[in-house]
Design a protein around this ligand. Structure first.
Ligand code: AMP
Length: 281
């Protein structure tokens, strides 16, 4: 596996690939788990070359303590990626990614970037869109692999790709879960054992909302079922539990039943904020 710290160094390697080579790209913030590796496997099955990046992007964090506490383990990540058959790893520094500082350029996707996670974490998706645009310009992939775990992120990035006429094809991959249903996440590492034991309540709440919605309940009735489940785990401080149109991400109005809905949840366990979602066709 070729490990590149600078975009220029990566560029030399990228230009050495034969024209027409399919390049699958998996951007991550590291502390890799099986969810990340499943993206890599899907990329390997569809592309001739697979590139990953590990970069904890400062511009997408709205809380300084969240950025400081984000788990970092580049050596272990490098070993995992090598073992998983990744061909190249981009491991840039903050100065390498933001040579003129973090406050200059903005990529804002109106509408999609300011609801749900964007409402709770102002500026988060501006940071995501900016860093993904930078990474795509560096990596020059034909395919981009992202997880449905971050559903809203996939929508923001898809819109950015369209609006900026970026030729990369986005592939959205399913969420990998622990045996008890908790969505795999690097942030799970920061949960106390007590909070870890309670965290599967998020998935249970999604399932309760899904069941009620599929049985014909209104959005409000279905969400009440979910809130009742969340209330069984006292450390869980719910930020939001919402049922939205899966395409527009706008809340489902009373008496309206879109073809595809998404249920999204965000909650704190102590200082650790977790998100999860489910899409119903
Ligand atoms: P992160 O390192 O958390 O920024 O995630 C990097 C990529 O991995 C994103 O596209 C995530 O959506 C994806 N991802 C994170 N957790 C999971 C999971 N449990 N299953 C599948 N993909 C995931």
């Amino acid at each position: 596996m070729h490990v590149h710290q600078s975009p220029a160094d990566y560029g030399h390697w990228r230009r050495s690939l034969a024209p027409g080579t399919t390049v699958g790209f998996v951007p991550t913030m590291g502390a890799l788990h099986s969810g990340h590796l499943s993206l890599l496997q899907q990329a390997r099955s569809q592309c001739s070359v697979v590139v990953a990046s590990v970069f904890v992007n400062p511009t997408q964090f709205d809380r300084a303590n969240d950025l400081a506490a984000y788990p970092r383990m580049p050596e272990a990540d490098t070993a995992l990626l090598q073992e998983a058959g990744c061909h190249a790893l981009l491991l840039p520094t903050e100065a390498g990614m933001y040579p003129h500082g973090t406050g200059r350029l903005q990529v804002h996707v109106p509408g999609l970037a300011t609801v749900l996670e964007g409402a709770s974490r102002p500026g988060h998706f501006d940071g995501v869109a900016l860093v993904v645009a930078k990474l795509l310009n560096i990596v020059q992939p034909t395919h981009l692999y992202m997880g449905q775990k971050d559903l809203q992120q996939t929508r923001v990035v898809a819109r950015m790709l369209q609006e900026l006429f970026m030729p990369t094809q986005l592939v959205v991959c399913p969420t990998l879960r622990e045996p008890d249903g908790l969505a795999m996440s690097s942030r799970n590492l920061n949960l106390t054992p007590g909070h870890r034991a309670q965290a599967p309540v998020l998935y249970q709440a999604l399932q309760a909302v899904a069941k009620a919605w599929q049985q014909g309940s209104t959005a409000n009735e279905a969400l009440q079922q979910g809130h009742a489940v969340l209330a069984t785990a006292p450390p869980c401080q719910t930020d939001y539990l919402l049922l939205v149109d899966a395409d527009s991400l706008q809340p489902v109005e009373t008496n309206h039943r879109p073809n595809r809905v998404a249920i999204l949840v965000a909650a704190f366990f102590g200082q650790v904020r977790l998100i999860d979602n489910m899409v119903l066709e």
